[in-house]
Design a protein around this ligand. Sequence first.
Ligand SMILES: *Cc1c(COP(=O)(O)O)cnc(C)c1O
Length: 231
Amino acid sequence: MTTIPANLQAVIQRIAAACAQAGRDPATVCLLAVSKTWPESAVRTAAGAGQRAFGESYVQEALPKMAALAGLMLEWHFIGPLQSNKTRPVAENFAWVHSIERLKIAERLSAQRPAHLPPLNVCVEVNVSGEASKSGCTLDEAPALCHAVAALPRLRLRGLMAIPEPSVDEMSALARRHFGEMRTLYDALNAEGLPLDTLSMGMSHDLEAAIMEGATIVRVGTAIFGERNST
Ligand SMILES: *Cc1c(COP(=O)(O)O)cnc(C)c1O
């Protein structure tokens, strides 16, 4: 656990170096610490080192952790696959959902978002590498889904999320191309009048490539908390 603050610093340095290389202001890239599978104590340690935003993928696992840490005023992002029967606790407890891939789920989240909370920030997840095993809508489906989600009253569409296939060489042309396709889509949607400000892409192994292509949120688990036992 004592390595978490050092790991966090190393990731922040990687982000700063990638921003320097890309000619970007590091303040335009937000670090989301992915704490799925890690106990409350690990999140507490990272929070003590200054980390505010945390990502979780499993509703059942996240809720008790979030309740135990409620006093820390952290910002919680849901980044995992979301089924209809789990939308209510997500709408009631999270600040962000990155993994919108169907309108039905977005409609439920909007209907279930409590009136006393600000609109739920959401991203539409795009399966940019086109793998059958991956979640997310296709690049072709994304514009219509984004426009429909943007019209829902209790959601605020912030942008797009992608998990491209892992590549052996992080800076490979393929990784860059997939992140670049996301950037092109993001620019096109903004040009169509959707006021998007978020490109959620880049993880422990490929955050540099994502930042080169315009990522505004990088989602980093392993490089902060260590290797996960479960998947
Ligand atoms: C687990 C997960 C991450 C973090 O991946 P690492 O390789 O551990 O950095 C990022 N995004 C999503 C959607 C995840 O499920």
